[in-house]
Ligand binder design. Structure first.
Ligand code: NOJ
Ligand code: CA
Length: 711
């Protein structure tokens, strides 16, 4: 055990001892460094409230706390009862991630609020103050007369001290597949006006609401703040209502269609509300606060959980090659299929045995772990249906998909097939089929599944981010663990760090991913914002690796292009860390650019250390990471639509060791619209901890480096 581990090894000072940072007689708490300070009190009406400051400057002004239920009002009439304090300094080792070891270091204040009247209610708010921010949650004990609570609303406020710049998307109970608006809080109404009603299946929220993770920056660029939640279990996801006059944000829970937010059985602890705070954007990206607030891993034997790269029968359905998920065009004639054996093949079905073999061969040749196959199972002919109760069958392959033959073909080549379960958002029917579906996977050698929830949720009273669906997504992950299956969920509720507890939840989509490069494109700034927002809660299956960016390349009439240079696509493997990374393009495109593809073959998906070197939301990110299984380091950088020169300071390298660097960079004439495929690959023979390098990045571009210690 290293000295660092010895010093950090779990060190808990509980209750009686006054921990460092808690002032006697006051309800205040300091972070371990002393820079963040929390004050907790009650208003004249007995409303619990808190405020937060950094170096003496307010970050969150006095803001209300509380919960409102049908059986009890936990927002007012309180006085402060018992105040318990604790400190913790320990480390834990994630199964996979950006760091081999994570430090969990905080001071804690648990304030119990009591209503003094007869039949009064009790509620504890537990605050944890880390050097990089605050987490707090409500703890409701079972009490007379309330042993369950029909929760209607949460009173939590985050009143900002300044007119911060927001990187935000509109509130929506069903999708987070939006681009971000960058706007002062006071102007957010105008900035989000054009977004309304963008998603046909989603219910637009008619209040001025934004989603979390919400990234913000103070007007003087001095303070970066991120608001989200941790450990979202048995509770609806939180969005934030915006009050532009008072600069206030307040919790907005996704209701079911009865207007109920949650049905809680007491005792109950809510998810943590998180406020990550830093005076440097890099520290927001490096923060592990949300993971620290999640429970330790609940899966005892994790040896079967494997970070991995994959290719897939996927992109060819997006690019206008007329390739289909469905086996036939039956839906054009008559919806409601009963006998799939009578379908007439359309000749364009991508998930056919021969085509899948091509991908398996390619994966085997290039050391890629997995092959995803979409459209292998019955149901795609009229799947986007809200008008019937069964769409997909998860144990019934189409006639041209030889599930047994492919199992053998893949196994012989050391490749794993990745299952696809598009549910069409029919979560109810998926639960009914789940055990059969997972058993079918196990019987056919699959150990990873990509799930999908496109469309409006069934049961028809629910939303993608409501309590019922939050429970559904976690149920699938837990049940998958029983079958030793890893999960990549698309269109699932935005993640809140639960992959610490259930590390078989390798990745999620839950944001506007690479697929949109075929539908108007993702402007370059999008991927400079995602790490500050969506990725705060967990890794994203963004599907990078797009080399052929022009859709006209495929003929057949599709126009438009991806908004990226080729070199930037390599950088995304570093700036968008995930234990599950797709190489999304077609094998033939990788063969055309085999020298650049070498980087995708080499880049790891699991890290022992990460250093954010430069970052600004919406502008640029430069990051260095160390491979978990070797001494190699990797450095990646991206910019927005503006060219920039990254300054790479290699002082993170161990002293006295020289590295050979392979650098994949934009060509001098590269441009994400006009000249995306201009790139260079160069070698630098001697990079060490004293090296400082200026690296040009083209508009919409990026660079990626591999550093191998010199023998
Ligand atoms: C949307 C997912 O994000 C995408 O990856 C998938 O191919 C389609 N749904 C079809 O399931
Ligand atoms: Ca999607």
């Amino acid at each position: 055990m290293s000295w660092r581990n010895v010093i950090y090894k779990v060190f808990v000072v509980a209750l009686a001892v006054l921990p460092i940072g808690v002032a006697a007689g006051e309800n205040t708490l300091s972070s371990p460094s002393g820079r963040l300070k929390l004050v907790v009190d009650v208003t004249g009406e007995g409303q619990p409230c808190y405020s937060l400051s950094l170096d003496g400057n307010a970050v969150i002004e006095r803001s209300l706390l509380g919960l409102q239920g049908k059986q009890g009002d936990f927002t007012t009439g309180f006085s402060m009862g018992e105040v318990a304090t604790a400190s913790h300094d320990g480390t834990w080792e994630p199964v996979w991630g950006e760091y081999a070891t994570v430090r969990d270091h905080y001071n804690e204040l648990a304030v119990t609020f009591v209503q003094p009247d007869d039949g009064g209610l009790t509620m504890t708010v537990r605050f944890r103050l880390f050097d990089d921010g605050l987490g707090f949650r409500y703890e409701l004990p079972e009490q007379e007369p309330v042993n369950y609570l029909t929760l209607m609303d949460e009173a939590t406020e985050f009143n900002l001290a300044a007119d911060n710049t927001l990187y935000c998307m509109p509130g929506d109970y069903d999708t987070d597949e939006y681009l971000y608006a960058t706007t002062p809080l006071s102007q957010v109404a105008g900035a989000l006006a054009g977004y309304r009603g963008r998603h046909s299946e989603s219910q637009a929220i008619d209040r001025l609401t934004v989603q979390t993770p919400l990234m913000m920056k103070s007007p003087d660029d001095g303070v970066y703040v991120n608001i989200h939640e941790a450990a979202l279990v048995d509770y609806p996801a939180m969005s934030l209502d915006v009050d532009t006059a008072s600069l206030g944000l307040s919790a907005h829970l996704t209701p079911d269609r009865n207007g109920v937010a949650a049905y809680l059985q007491l005792p109950f602890n809510t998810p943590w509300r998180t406020v990550v705070v830093a005076d440097n954007a890099c520290d927001i990206l490096a923060s592990q606060l949300i993971y620290n607030l999640n429970e330790p891993c609940k899966i005892e034997d994790t040896s079967w959980i494997k970070p991995q790269k994959f290719v897939g029968v996927w992109w060819e359905m997006f690019i206008g090659k007329q390739r289909t998920w469905a086996y036939s065009d039956y839906y054009k004639a008559k919806p409601g299929i009963t006998d799939y054996t009578k379908l007439t093949p359309n000749g364009r079905h991508a998930a056919n045995t021969e085509n899948v073999k091509r991908y398996i061969d390619f994966a085997a040749e290039n050391g890629i772990d997995g092959v995803l196959v979409e459209g292998w199972n019955q149901g795609w002919e009229d799947w986007a249906s809200y008008v019937k109760n069964r769409q997909f069958l998860f144990d019934k392959p189409y006639p041209d998909f030889d599930v047994d033959g492919l199992q053998q073909y893949a196994a012989e080549r050391g490749v794993r097939l990745i299952m696809h379960h598009e549910t069409g958002a029919n979560a109810a029917d998926y639960e009914r089929q789940l055990d059969r579906a997972f058993q079918f996977m196990v019987d056919h050698g699959y150990n990873s599944v990509k799930t999908g929830y496109v469309g409006a949720i069934i049961p028809r009273s629910e939303h993608h981010s409501s309590q019922w669906m939050v429970n559904h997504f976690l149920h699938v992950v837990k049940r998958a663990a029983d079958y030793r299956i890893m999960v990549d969920s698309h269109e699932a509720v935005r993640p809140t760090g639960l992959c610490r507890t259930y590390p078989n939840w390798l990745a999620q989509e839950s944001a506007r991913g690479g697929e949109f490069e075929s539908m108007g494109g993702n402007p370059p700034e999008h991927t400079t914002i995602l790490p500050f927002t969506r990725l705060m809660g967990g890794p994203m299956d963004y599907t990078p690796g797009l080399f052929e960016t022009r859709l006209s390349y495929y003929g057949e009439g599709k126009t438009g292009q991806a908004l990226t240079t080729l070199a930037r696509q390599l950088a995304l493997y570093l700036t968008m860390p995930s234990p599950l990374q797709m190489a999304c393009d077609l094998p033939e495109n990788y063969r055309r650019f085999a020298d650049a593809f070498q980087f995708i073959k080499d880049v790891p998906v699991d890290w022992s250390d990460s250093r954010y070197l430069e970052a600004e939301p919406g502008d640029y990110i430069t990051v260095a990471r160390r491979d978990k299984h070797s001494d190699d380091w990797y450095v990646g950088g991206i910019t927005d639509e503006n060219a920039r020169t990254a300054e790479v300071d290699f002082s993170f390298l161990p002293e006295g060791v020289d590295y050979v660097a392979t650098i994949y960079a934009d060509g001098k004439d590269a441009h994400y619209i006009d000249n995306p495929q201009s790139y260079s690959i160069t070698t630098k023979k001697k990079i060490n901890s004293k090296t400082r390098l200026k690296q040009y990045i083209a508009p919409g571009g990026g660079f990626a480096m591999r550093l191998v210690p010199k023998k």
